[in-house]
Design a protein around this ligand. Structure first.
Ligand code: DGT
Ligand code: CA
Ligand code: CA
Ligand code: ZN
Length: 581
């Protein structure tokens, strides 16, 4: 096959597949390396293709996580459309690996067994085998694991192919940037669920104004990223992008910009309510404007539409019909935390455990991102696969942090690195690090990483026991859910929030795009109860600090203000608000 363009998503998928193939082949180290490279490529702003076109194989090599071997594979992909090692591995294992491993509880090793013993190639075959009770007869499987797999498949199907916002965000920004460059485009905005910063998105909705709509559509359809055009006309075009995502673009008349933005931002139920309000006032609202008879009374901006309906302006993140319209009428909407309000990051991993680089590099990256402090929170020993630290390891790490801070002090730097940990909550709610060491740390986060299927009652007790430990400042990613993949633990959220309030424990909003844990609904409960939250990136590599924006969006969708989030405070004030100080 000759040269072909591969999008970042396509490359990442191939690398993920390679990771699984190597794992099945029993190769050491490579699986993790390929996975890491895939993650980095997925979240890159630039196209790997352009990086290669401009800087050759050397530039590929410079992408974080991509080494010489991988760089040459990617080059081969661009120049020949495939690469040998991948083809060879695929031949041995001709199965839909990504489809199968997307099921909770199925890893590469299981895929191998399923193929070797039952010739299962894809999700449908797996579903059939589970129904027929064939899985439970495999060595190492039982009734329970069969049921778990059946549940996992059902969960996956119900998610219906929606993608996390974080996995498409930089891709969408890039697309938007390219369209903005069309000479005929005047205004441009992304609308729909992306503008509302939903956790997952179905498609990409783009609005533009232009005096030459045909030309805009022609250029759009000719974009390199467009795979298939479903339909095109002067006002509306629908395409499927090469990444597999659908996109709609609409050209809007200048005087209707605000009305269209409002209409196509949604949500649908929010729009329907706005229209009812208009009708009650003897007006008519549609995507062209707000009308009194034939006269347009508003439409150029969203602000003037809300105003004409007797409402204060409602931020897109709140347009979900969960009380925002009432609050806008009564002028009691919250003043949401802003995207620049977070000053520090309270959950950061390094290469002391499963992060990609050292403490210093992470601190430098955080500083570049505009942060004033970070807490180093490597995993603890209960998470053996990450090389979790024991007490001695934590004490050694504290020394290194101390010396880094000293050198920062000497250099007159304002940035602070705080000591901390992501201590593992055991099945019974006790922690896997001794209290006298936890007490020495600046910030202690505790998290559940195992025993996800205990009953609600047991999980609630377990988490509350951790909350009641005077050394635990924060509960990290409370439910442990992974969007599209794993349901979180069952907890009585109201009881947990009461315990957090009583003890002064913070609940984290984890910004990692497939976690976003706690979810918006719970954020709102915390706001109502006066429980402080933190917004953390859970960074495992330097680029991850930019993920904070998704956590901030989550906080906004939960109606949180700046005062509700502890790490909007400067470092000393933040520390002073922690439990037991
Ligand atoms: P998605 O794409 O599933 O993540 O969710 P949205 O909210 O982006 O939905 P989408 O793409 O179907 O439509 C974009 C917006 O257009 C939607 O949020 C509200 C508006 N819209 C679409 N269809 C209707 C409709 O039938 N009635 C009203 N009032 N608004 C609609
Ligand atoms: Ca949409
Ligand atoms: Ca759409
Ligand atoms: Zn980790």
């Amino acid at each position: 096959m000759p040269y072909r363009h591969f999008s970042n998503k396509e490359i990442a998928d191939i690398l993920y597949e390679m990771a699984a193939l190597y794992e099945m082949a029993g190769v050491e180290f490579k699986p993790r390396a390929y996975e890491r490279a895939a993650q980095n490529i997925e979240s890159m702003k630039d196209e790997v293709h352009d990086v290669y076109a401009e800087g050759g194989e050397k530039a590929l090599d410079a992408i974080p996580g991509v080494g010489k071997g991988m760089a040459s594979h990617i080059k081969e992909l661009f120049t020949r459309g495939h690469f040998k090692e991948y083809e060879a591995l695929r031949k041995k294992m001709p199965v839909d690996i990504l489809g199968l491993t997307a099921v909770e509880g199925i890893g590469a090793k299981t895929v191998k067994t399923l193929w070797q013993k039952l010739k299962i190639r894809d999700l449908n075959a797996l579903e059939r085998a589970a129904k027929e009770g064939k899985l439970s007869k495999l060595p190492g499987f039982g009734r329970k694991s069969e049921e778990k797999i059946a549940k996992g498949i059902a969960f996956l199907r119900s998610a219906g192919g929606r993608r996390t916002l974080g996995s498409v965000f930089s891709y969408v920004k890039k697309l938007e940037g390219e369209i903005r460059q069309f000479p005929e485009v005047e205004k441009i905005s992304v609308a729909g669920s992306i503008r509302r910063w939903k956790e997952t998105i179905g498609d990409i909705d783009i609005l533009v104004t232009s005096r030459k709509p045909e030309k805009v559509m022609e250029r759009f359809c000719a974009m390199r990223e467009v795979g298939h055009v479903f339909g095109t006309g002067p006002t509306k075009t629908n395409v499927r992008l090469k990444s597999g995502i659908d996109a709609d673009i609409r050209v809007i008349p200048e005087e209707s910009w605000g009305a269209a933005l409002c209409y196509f931002t949604g949500s649908k139920s929010h729009n329907i309510e706005l229209r009812k309000i208009a009708i009650r006032r003897g007006l008519k609202l549609n995507e062209y404007g707000l009308f009194k008879g034939a006269r347009r009374v508003a439409g150029k901006t969203e602000e003037e539409i809300y105003k004409a309906l007797g409402l204060s302006y409602i931020e897109p993140e709140l347009r979900e019909m969960t009380g925002e319209i009432d609050a806008a009428r009564k002028k009691t909407l919250p003043k949401l935390i802003g995207y620049n309000d977070v000053r520090g990051d309270l959950q950061v991993q390094t290469n002391w455990t499963d992060g990609s680089v050292g403490i210093k590099e992470m601190a430098e990256a955080a500083e570049r991102e505009g942060l004033e402090y970070i807490v180093i929170t490597d995993h603890t020993r209960g998470l053996a696969m990450t090389g979790g630290l024991d007490e001695k390891g934590i004490l050694r790490q504290m020394k290194e942090i101390e010396s880094l801070n000293r050198s920062y002090g000497k250099a007159g730097k304002k940035f602070s690195i705080l000591t901390g940990t992501e201590v593992n909550i055991r099945k019974d709610g006790t922690l896997d690090i001794a209290d006298d060491v936890l007490r020495k740390l600046d910030v202690v986060g505790a998290a559940v990483h195992s025993h996800f299927t205990l009953s609600k009652n047991e999980q609630t007790k377990r988490v509350i026991r951790a909350i009641e430990n005077p050394n635990v400042d924060i509960i990290f990613h409370l439910t442990g859910r992974i969007i599209n993949r794993r349901e979180g633990i069952a907890v009585d959220i109201d009881e947990v929030i009461r315990a957090a309030k009583r003890t002064g424990t913070i609940l984290e909003i984890n910004a990692y795009p497939d976690r976003l844990d706690i979810k918006d609904e719970y954020v709102r409960k915390c706001v109502a109860a006066g429980v402080l939250m933190s917004i953390d990136s859970d960074a495992h590599s330097p680029e991850h600090f930019s993920l904070l924006q998704f956590g901030i969006a989550q906080a906004r969708r939960g109606w949180a203000e700046k005062k509700d989030i502890i790490n909007t405070l400067p470092v000393q004030k933040m520390l002073a608000r922690l439990k037991g100080r």
